[in-house]
Ligand binder design. Sequence first.
Ligand code: 3PY
Ligand code: MG
Length: 268
Amino acid sequence: MSSPLLAHADLLRSGRATFTGWVSVASAVNAEILAREDFDSITLDMQHGLHDQQSVIDGIAYAALAGKATIVRIQVGDFSFASRALDYGAMGIIAPMINSVEDAKKFAAYTKFPPLGERSFGPVRAATMCGMTGGEYLKIANRATVAIAMIETQQAIDALDDILAVDGIDGVFVGPSDLSISLFNGAKVDQAAPEVFKALKHVVARAKAHGKFATAFCLSGASAAEHAALGYSMMTTFNDINMLQLGARAELQLARAGAVGKQGGNAY
Ligand code: 3PY
Ligand code: MG
């Protein structure tokens, strides 16, 4: 039985704008809640988010039950966990701070089976989640799972073409916070700076020139729409903590304002 999860990688390659529900809280339920919304995928963040191994295992399964593919952002340099997350059924890995062609090659080695890489075989959970035998999974895994390298420093921008040229790197993910800190040499974090926008345009142009896709962390839905217009393939609308805050603030504001008779946003 084929799984809808298998279509996700080619959806990213198609260049259509997609939106990923970014889960920072170590909660499989949060992953499931966002998976049941109109997001195209779910991303679990182990770098700055609160996830641990168990919440990643559970979050991938809960999102899959809601029909959505999961991407896992690993911690800096934690490539062995990239292999594990793929074995747990993740359909993509985002690796932070890929600053050189050496970083990119190492990342690809852990996420792709031969001949592209050296991923060790043992998709005990991933194959069943995809409705396949291990042998069947081996045949599709290099294409159906994506290795996404984070571009978030001046060094990475300088090495961008070499990173994109690595077989096994499917696409790139721009981290605007670290990128701005790097571009301003630590003086400030400014995701909306014109210098960051210029870099965003450069990254998507170079990715397309290499036949690869560009994705990015966005801090709002409006920003995600702007990135889509630039040709980006996957955007966040910030994260679950932020969305919880925004929803809570909006409803509390109505309540505190005594908004009697106003249409509320909730259907229960
Ligand atoms: C960045 O903006 O640096 C990120 O890594 C986004 O999570
Ligand atoms: Mg970052």
